[in-house]
Design a protein around this ligand. Structure first.
Ligand code: SF4
Length: 419
């Protein structure tokens, strides 16, 4: 099988002239506007000091209560429905298998990542607990209430995993420890393993070790951007945000040492301006280190600094999803694949029959993340419709059926894969 090594950034098409991928030049975030002093640092919420009463459902028409971790955490709509604290149904999903918890403070996240609905620049527009994040609202719930429900449900719990998502805040490290302790005080982490979605900017190796010692199972780093250049543009100096690519890698390598093989990984958003070759080279690098990659399809989050930009074209996304699955779970290496002059996958490095078999299984197109209890390559973290609307699913939060697979094959637009 031929292979083409690509050392230099290949020529890239501009959006509009070639919509089969999101080119670097066309994915520039807006500049963040200045926030009025009276809206900074959660001042509105702190000064009104409305005491929270039980579960808070995001509502931009009422005064947001002053809620703080570790007493309060936010959770996705899907988790709140599955936990039974919020009514609702999800399109084609009975429940979610991962209880995603997000630390919360009136001051919110102090970073300004361009693609993120939680970013600091939204202070003037929307209080932290009311902001949309990965396309959905995040109700705030007392941590003790969550622990009591999951402990009460015991073996009957629908959850295969719990995840604590840190944000950039001075209290984030200590409160992640407090939330983890509150969980393990009543719930056996061997029964429901815990993942940490870390914030490397505020962490040292000792923090990573502490979380492992307290019973965390998997440690992930949200690199999000696939290259240092994109990282700086979307999470660093480019948007007045504090994150640094080098620091994220330091903590990622600490996680490899502390948590060990298969127990660490990185989140990567596909379609923010990197080439397919670049993102798949990163996927390979993570596998070579002993870890995994968890992919997200770029979606222009409402209110974010990238909300004017196009979502990742489905053919680009499907190619990367499929190639990443082959690298992570089928032993194919990026060097066996062939890329065109724009860095797009042309050949997956597998005979047609084997490729068709993997496409037909459909698992490659499911949401990727930390594993649940079904099988290693099926994520507990299914994030229903976190990166697309249900009408044009990017990451399938369930097993794609034959109709879905016909659509996926059309989206892949590769002659070798027949429906
Ligand atoms: S650090 Fe995380 S939560 Fe904060 S703005 Fe960046 S992506 Fe969003």
């Amino acid at each position: 099988m031929s292979c083409i090594k690509q050392d230099a950034r290949p020529d890239r098409g501009l959006p509009g002239t070639d919509r089969s991928f999101n080119a670097f030049e066309g994915m520039q975030p807006r500049r963040p506007a200045a926030t009025p002093v009276e809206a900074r640092n959660g001042r509105r919420v702190k000064e009104s000091a409305v005491p929270p009463q039980g579960v808070y459902l995001p509502n931009n028409n009422v005064l947001t209560p002053a809620m703080r971790s570790p007493e309060y955490v936010q959770m996705s709509n899907a988790a709140a429905i599955t936990l039974g604290i919020m009514p609702g149904k999800m399109h084609r999903c009975g429940c979610t298998r991962c209880l995603n918890l997000l630390l919360t403070y009136p001051e919110g996240c102090r970073a300004n990542c361009a693609y993120c609905g939680l970013a600091r620049h939204r202070e003037a527009e929307r209080d932290y607990a009311d902001r949309n994040f990965i396309r959905v609202d995040w109700p705030a719930v007392p941590m003790q209430q969550i622990v009591d429900i999951v402990a009460r449900d015991g073996d009957q719990t629908p959850f295969h995993r719990m995840c604590i998502s840190m944000i950039t805040h001075p209290r984030s490290d200590a409160d992640t420890v407090a939330v983890l302790k509150a969980w393990t005080a009543k719930i056996d982490p061997a029964a429901i393993p815990v993942s940490i979605l870390s914030n490397p900017t505020t962490m040292e190796r000792a923090d990573v070790q502490r979380l492992k010692d307290l019973g965390a199972d998997i440690f992930t780093v949200a690199l999000d951007a696939a290259t240092p250049e994109l990282f700086d543009r979307t999470r660093g100096k480019g948007v007045q945000s504090p994150h640094k690519w080098q620091k994220y890698w330091e903590v990622l390598l600490d996680a490899r040492d502390v948590f060990g093989p298969q127990k660490f990984g990185a989140h990567i958003i596909v379609g923010m301006g990197e080439t397919e070759y670049e993102v798949l080279s990163l996927v390979q690098q993570l596998v070579d280190l002993g870890g995994h990659s968890h992919l997200f399809c770029f979606f222009p989050e409402q209110g974010s600094l990238m909300d004017h930009l196009p979502a990742t074209p489905r053919d680009q996304w499907r190619r990367v999803q499929l190639a990443r699955y082959l690298i992570d779970y089928a032993g194919v290496r990026v060097e066996q694949m062939r890329f065109d002059g724009e860095g797009r996958v042309e050949d997956y490095g597998l005979p047609l029959a084997e490729l068709e078999d993997i496409v037909g299984q459909g698992i490659a197109f499911r949401t990727s993340g930390c594993p649940g209890k079904f099988r290693d390559d099926v994520s507990a973290c299914d994030r229903p419709y976190g990166d697309s609307p249900p009408s044009n699913i990017a990451s399938f939060p369930f097993q794609p059926d034959q109709k879905d697979l016909r659509k996926i094959r059309r989206q892949l637009r590769i002659p070798v894969v027949q429906g």
